[in-house]
Design a protein around this ligand. Structure first.
Ligand code: HPA
Length: 248
């Protein structure tokens, strides 16, 4: 079964048929909220809002381990994450949808592995390609079929937040090779990999990153809500096509 983790601007999927909420507990604590099971285009999916149903959990406070563990426990084999980001590259302005193929992790202090504790053997996972190529391909196909533009390949810099970056930090991220910047891409992606789940992310550009485009002097936070609302409609079309194509 496919899971969708929604970020800012996507706290529920209104078109989910026969939705049913289920509270799940894990050895790592509570997930961000109850899981919502339902059908999209006739296929079973489960939805989890990363920041909680009331959008009250900050990026650095999300219990990523509980979220991923809970989904795996419910027989999820693939996760599509939706995450709002700032655009660093000139062509990645507000409203653009991008499909990251790489990430750089700048976060700190987050619980980022299941492989720890006295009884656990030291385990390293391969993370050369942090996003599952097959699932990315399904998203590309779904976007094409829905007539929605999804920019394929972007490097996602994951910052700690919750504050936004300085212009100099964005310059540094750009020198590092980053195209978009967000706060929730990690450790979500690696935890999915540790449990053997396919994982891909749709990055929804909410604003130009600090010092870029119309954010030269400041980021117009009040404009972000409207950008995300209209972008999520397009994300929705892509998700529906993805669910239809995903072989459960
Ligand atoms: N920086 C980090 N995370 C973000 C941004 C940003 O500019 N916009 C949306 N999420």
């Amino acid at each position: 079964m496919l899971a969708i983790i929604g970020g800012s601007g996507l706290t529920r999927i209104a078109t989910l048929e026969a939705p049913q909420r289920r509270v799940v507990r894990t050895p790592y604590g509570e997930p961000s909220g109850a899981l919502t099971f339902g059908r999209l285009r006739g296929r079973e999916v489960v939805f989890l809002p990363r920041h909680g149903h009331a959008h009250s959990i900050a990026p650095h406070q999300v219990n990523y381990r509980a979220n991923i563990w809970a989904l795996r426990e419910q027989k999820v084999n693939a996760i599509v994450s939706v995450a709002s980001v700032g655009g660093i590259r000139a062509d990645l302005g507000p409203g653009v949808l991008a499909l990251p193929h790489q990430l750089i992790d700048y976060t700190h202090g987050r619980r980022g592995t299941f492989f720890e504790g006295p009884d656990q053997p030291v385990t390293h996972v391969d993370f050369t390609e942090p996003y599952t190529p097959r699932l990315r391909a399904v998203l590309v196909e779904a976007a094409q079929a829905a007539g929605e533009t999804l920019i394929d390949r972007a490097v996602y810099a994951v910052t700690q937040g919750p504050r936004l970056e300085t212009a100099a930090e964005i310059d540094r991220l750009e020198r590092d090779g980053a195209d978009v910047v967000g706060m929730t891409g990690m450790p979500e992606a690696v935890l999915a990999r540790e449990l053997g789940l396919a994982y891909a992310a749709i990055a929804v550009v909410a604003n130009f990153a600090a010092g870029r485009g119309d954010s030269t002097h400041s980021i117009a936070l009040e404009a972000i809500g409207a950008v995300l609302t209209s972008a999520m409609e397009r994300v929705h079309h892509i998700l529906e096509g993805c669910v239809e194509r995903h072989d459960s």
